[in-house]
Design a binder for this molecule. Sequence first.
Ligand code: CUA
Length: 167
Amino acid sequence: MSTPETTHESMHVDPAERAWIRTSIVVLVVFAISVTIAGFMLGIQVPTTEQRVNPQTIQDAPPWSEPGVREIVAGEQYEVYVVAKRFFFEPNAIELPAGAEVTFYVTSTDVQHGFSIRDTNVNFMVIPGEVSKLTTTFDEPGDYPYICTEYCGLGHAVMFGSVTVTP
Ligand code: CUA
C-alpha cells in the first residue's frame, strides 16, 4: 500500500522535464495558430463532398446535362459545373471575369479523376458518385490551365482544360 506521501514522490517531475513538457505544449499551440492563420489568409479549404449522385444518370438532367458556367450575380458570383470523363473535361474551356467569387462543382461519370487549377487553391479528387465543391477568386486576368491529377488511364496525360480570366 502506498501512502499519499509515496504517491506524491512517484509523481515527481524533474524541472528539466517539466520545462520540456511546457515547451512542447507551446510549440503545439504555435503550430495550431499558424495553420489556422495560413488556412484563412491563403484561402485553403478542405474540399467538401457537396452531394452524392448517381454517376450513370447524373447527365440526364440540369445542371449536369449542360455543364459550364452559371452566372449568379453578373461580374461578382458564378458557379461552374464540370464533368470529368476518360479522358476529358466537360467543358474544357471556361471564361470568367477577374475578381468574381467562383464556386466549382465537379463530378466524374466513370473513374476517379483529379481537378487542379494552376495558381489557385483549387486542387481536389473527383470521385464518381460524389460532387466535389470548392470556391475561389481569380484576382488576375490570364490563362489558368486545369489538369487531371489522378492517374485515370492511358489518356490521363491529355486530360486538361483552361480557365480564361478576363479583366
Ligand atoms: Cu482523369 Cu487522370
